[in-house]
Design a binder for this molecule. Structure first.
Ligand code: PGA
Length: 263
């Protein structure tokens, strides 16, 4: 697990955006794994700007989002489909038909989950998966106690997640309690994972993810088993880690090695 500690939110977004830009430079038809939440927004703005400057193109790529609220159609303003349209898809040159988000309004969620897994496989698997992290350590909507080898399925949201996300819903709107989410096993199958976190509220979850035991009590700790996983965080999110000096040293060495190898 590579731990990159940067000074602020902007630097975290820039680092993450560059990983996506490099991936698309290497493979124009890359399969992108995307995430919602407030953390990825700054990264998406950087991708939009780079796309407008002609530095990256999404036209041959496709994307799979981590999760969706069950019961919300894609045109509902709180749905994750709607969020992705507003925050990214409507502003870049990606083919709309190649952007996949689990179907929140499906009549058959069980079949929809299997279809999503099949579709990811048919596209050749996810090349680079973006992740946020919940204050309770969730990735996607894989809440604490999620199976570490789980696949896309219906999940009940944890009370902590419902209260973290309540700010997006008005008082008269009913907040969904169920979701469809890629499983932890689905996420672990991605060729690279990029978890972003900023702010002190994420510090305990990050410490558990990076330095805690591998445990379903902190679903993000499963990334310790990922073959190519990077955790990109600001100083505040890093504030409960014990080995920060070592991670910074490793990152300096990585940068030197990359410069030497021209990567
Ligand atoms: P946030 O959500 O980026 O809005 O903090 C992250 C998550 O719940 O995965």
């Amino acid at each position: 697990m590579q731990v990159v500690i940067l000074k602020d939110t902007d630097a975290v977004a820039e680092y993450g955006a560059q990983l996506f830009i490099k991936q698309l430079a290497k493979k124009t038809d890359a399969v992108l794994g995307l995430a919602t939440g407030s953390t990825p927004v700054a990264l998406y703005q950087k991708l939009i700007a780079a796309n407008k400057r002609g530095e990256v193109s999404f036209k041959d790529s496709c994307s799979f989002n981590l999760d969706e609220y069950l019961g919300l159609a894609g045109d509902h303003p709180q749905s994750y489909r709607y969020f992705m349209q507003q925050q990214l898809f409507d502003h870049i040159d990606i083919d709309a038909a190649q952007t996949f988000v689990p179907a929140g309004d499906t009549d058959n969620p069980i079949a929809a989950c299997q279809d999503y897994e099949d579709m990811i496989r048919e596209k050749g698997g996810i090349d680079i998966q973006l992740l946020g992290i919940g204050t309770n350590g969730h990735i996607g909507f894989n809440e604490p106690s999620s199976g570490l080898m789980s696949r896309t399925r219906v999940k009940t949201l944890a009370p902590a997640t419902i209260s973290d996300n309540a700010r997006f819903f008005s008082a008269d709107e009913e907040q969904p309690h169920l979701s469809i989410t890629m499983g932890i096993g689905t996420i672990l199958d991605s060729r690279q994972s990029v978890l972003l976190a900023t702010g002190a509220a994420k510090a305990s979850a990050i410490a558990a993810t990076v330095e805690g035991p591998l445990t379903a009590a902190c679903p993000a700790s499963a990334l310790q088993m990922h073959p190519n996983s990077v955790v990109v965080i600001d100083e505040e999110a890093a504030s409960k880690l014990e080995n920060t000096e070592f991670y910074k040293h490793v990152e300096r060495e990585n940068q030197k090695l990359k410069a030497k190898l021209g990567l």
